[in-house]
Each structure stands twice: as C-alpha cells, then as structure tokens.
Design a protein around this ligand. Structure first.
Ligand code: ZN
Ligand code: ZN
Length: 410
C-alpha cells in the first residue's frame, strides 16, 4: 500500500465535516471514479458517522469511458443520460448535498478525435444542467476533493516508480489540502479568516475594473455591476456554511462579460478533457475573445470557445498569490482543482450568480445586463505568476495596487 490509510481517512473526514458540513439526516450524492474507491469508502463512512441520511455513490470508470469512444456508433456521441441528471436535480431540490471526488487520468482521451470529445462533452454539459444549476447557484452544500490515480501520479512525478509516484501525489494533495498539521479543522478555520480579510478589502474598494500587466499580458478586465468578491467558506441557500473546494486559495468574483479588453497569456498548462492546452494567448474586444492561439491543444481550445455564445467570454476572475502553498510546491498537477489554486485565473463561460448582488433572484436577462456571463461551460485557466502586476481601477479612474509581482500589495 503506497497510500497511507490514516491520511486518506483524515482527508475524508475534513471533506465531510469542514468541506461539506453535512447535516443530520441530509442525503448525499457522491460522484467518483472507480479508481478512487478507497477514498469513496472512507467518505461514505464519515458521512454516516456525521449523521447523513442516504449516501448514493455514482461511479464512473476510465475503461468504460474509453469503451464508448472506441466502440459506439456515431449517433451515440450526441447523447447523455439526462434521466440521471434530472434525478440528481430532484435529490438536490429535496435537500441532498453533493460531493465529487476527482480521480482523473488527465490524458485519458488524448488519443480520441477532438471533434467527438467535444460532442460528448457538449451533450453531457447540456443534459447535466438540472444537476449543475443547484450547485453553481449554491442552493446546496457541495465539495470537491481529489484522489491520486496511477496515471495522474505518473504525469506529476514522471521520474518516480508508479507506487512511489502515487504516494508522492497523495502527500502533495494532503499538504495542498491543509490537512497535514495536528488540527486540520483549526487550520481551515484560520485559513478561512485570512481569505475573508482579502475578500472584505476588495469589496470595500469596489473597483470597477482590474488591470493586469506582465509578459504577454496587458488586460483591462471590467467587473460586473454589483459584483461581490467571495472566498473560503460559503453560505449556501439552504443555510449551511461549507467549503466548496479542498484545496482553496482563491478569492473570486464576476467579471463584466462585455467589458474586457486587451491581451492575456496563460501561465500554466490547462488539462481539459484529456488534452493539455498550453501557451494560450488571447485578445479580448468588448468582452469577447476575438483572437486565440495556443502552442498545444489549440484545436480543443477553439472547439471549447465555440460551444455556445458565452463560451468565448469570461464568467469568473480569481486572485491567488504566487506564494500559495500549491504554487510553492512547484508542481504542475494537470488538474484544475489544484492548478487554479496555484495562480490567479479567469474562467471561460458561466458566472457564479452569487458573485453578483441579488444574483440568485435575477433572471438570466437581468444577470446579463449587469455583466454576468451565461454558458454551459465553465473552464478555468491560469494567468497569474510571480511576474504579474494587478491594479484596481476605481470608478473615477484612480488606480490602487492590488498585486505586485504576484503577491498581495498590502
Ligand atoms: Zn476559481
Ligand atoms: Zn472556476
């Protein structure tokens, strides 16, 4: 056994108690890969110990996924199991919580036709709406954690033997998830206070835009009208305080989907649906990406941006200091849950309604008027590094340093 069972158990406990904060009698829907079964079993045990009602794991499997790509007829690739997502949506309406354990093989679909990968991904995103909306809208408490698969570990630690690599990735996940100390629950409480301070400072300044300057980047990024900065713990509409992502280092808000201008370059590769997209450079005009190149994975990036109207605009802007523990680990995880917490980032696609004042009650049309973007995708990519300066731009055009060389300026 290369993965320490005690550490695995602590990660499960922190995810259930601090991450999800599952309530007495609350049901839980848990999605995971069969590769993550050791962690699935610990999560289920801790959920029941914490008083969960019924825990329903929904498992996927890499070989099953490949079996479809390699054997299905063409008509299969525009279909998705809508009934399953509708059932999940119903469970959330009835009060269930949601957990996802990410145990991806980042290169699983690397050998598949990007066009088919795009079609499958689009069909699934459309069908998943009833299950995604309550999560994106923070109607239920939810949490995402990760489990190291051998394939993933081999990408992060290419020089280690398979067993050692998996153990090393577990240790890295454990450290990044702030569960390494004696009292992980207290660690998380302290970390939450720090994030809250940044959130309050940004909300007090109420900038109308952020200006990014650095290598290959000169970007004026407008913020949505009535945007709200968030970070760390979240209050769900069901009244439960939870930590959506473990790990989390970001403070984030809603950009203005029609007021982003200039150029920006990615600072880390983005692993998306089995393809690594690297060296992204895009130019925005009035919020839309009008020019996009990548040194690898450019075709996948283009397909992604063509998904729908909102897929070539952004719905999230997040700030992460270069000194974050994940950044300092120097590792590239090929996994957005980790890599997005190593660097400031933006996301193509759907905005989080709760990052706009009263967002949960606005119609899609009203949300759009404030600058909130709508799309069936939400894909984060990293634009921060130790070489980026960010200014906050006030309504009067005044500038306040927000970050200098990738660190908080004050
Ligand atoms: Zn983010
Ligand atoms: Zn995001």
């Amino acid at each position: 056994m290369t993965i320490d069972p005690q550490k695995l158990d602590r990660l499960a406990e922190v995810a259930v108690r601090t991450g999800l904060n599952i309530q007495e009698g609350q049901d839980l829907i848990l999605t995971a890969s069969t590769a993550a079964l050791p962690l699935v079993r610990r999560v289920v045990a801790h959920a029941y110990k914490a008083g969960a009602g019924v825990v329903t794991p929904i498992l996927s499997d890499d070989e099953v996924t490949l079996a479809r790509f390699e054997n299905a007829s063409d008509q299969s690739f525009d279909k998705a199991a809508g009934w399953l997502f509708e059932g999940m949506g119903q469970a959330f309406k009835d009060g269930a919580a949601r957990m996802a354990i990410k145990a991806d093989n980042p290169m699983l679909l690397a050998g598949q036709d990007p066009d088919i990968v795009g079609r499958v991904s689009k069909a699934s995103s459309i069908a998943a709406k009833p299950a995604m909306d309550p999560v994106v809208g923070m109607e239920v408490n939810w949490n995402i954690i990760a489990y190291p698969t051998p394939e993933w570990a081999a990408m992060v630690f290419p020089d280690l033997e398979p067993d050692a690599a998996q153990g090393a990735l577990m240790d890295a996940i454990f450290a990044a998830s702030r569960v390494a100390g004696d009292d992980p629950v207290q660690n998380w409480a302290d970390h939450t206070v720090e994030l809250k301070k940044r959130v309050d400072w940004l909300n007090d300044h109420a900038f109308t835009a952020l200006h990014y300057a650095g290598p290959g980047t000169d970007l004026m990024l407008g913020l949505a009208d009535g945007h709200i900065w968030k970070g760390g713990a979240t209050l769900g509409k069901n009244g439960v305080v939870f930590q959506p992502n473990i790990p989390t280092e970001e403070v984030f808000t809603c950009p203005h989907a029609f007021k982003v201008d200039g150029t920006v370059s990615s600072t880390k590769p983005l692993a998306h649906n089995g393809t690594v997209i690297d060296g992204i450079q895009v130019r925005f005009e009035a919020g839309r990406i009008v020019d996009a190149t990548a040194t690898s994975g450019e075709e996948v990036l283009r397909k992604l941006m063509a998904t729908d109207d909102g897929a070539s605009r952004i719905g999230e802007v997040a700030l992460v200091p270069h000194s974050s523990p994940i950044s300092q680990s120097g590792l590239l995880y090929y996994n957005t849950l980790f890599d997005e917490n190593a660097a400031s980032h933006i996301a193509l696609g759907q905005c989080y309604a709760d990052t706009i004042e009263g967002g949960g009650t606005l119609s899609p049309e009203e949300l759009k008027q404030r600058g909130g973007n709508g799309s069936i995708i939400h894909v984060d990519w990293m634009i921060g590094s130790g070489q980026i300066d960010i200014d906050g731009v006030g309504a009067d055009g005044s500038r306040t340093p927000v970050m200098r060389a990738g660190e908080w300026a004050s």
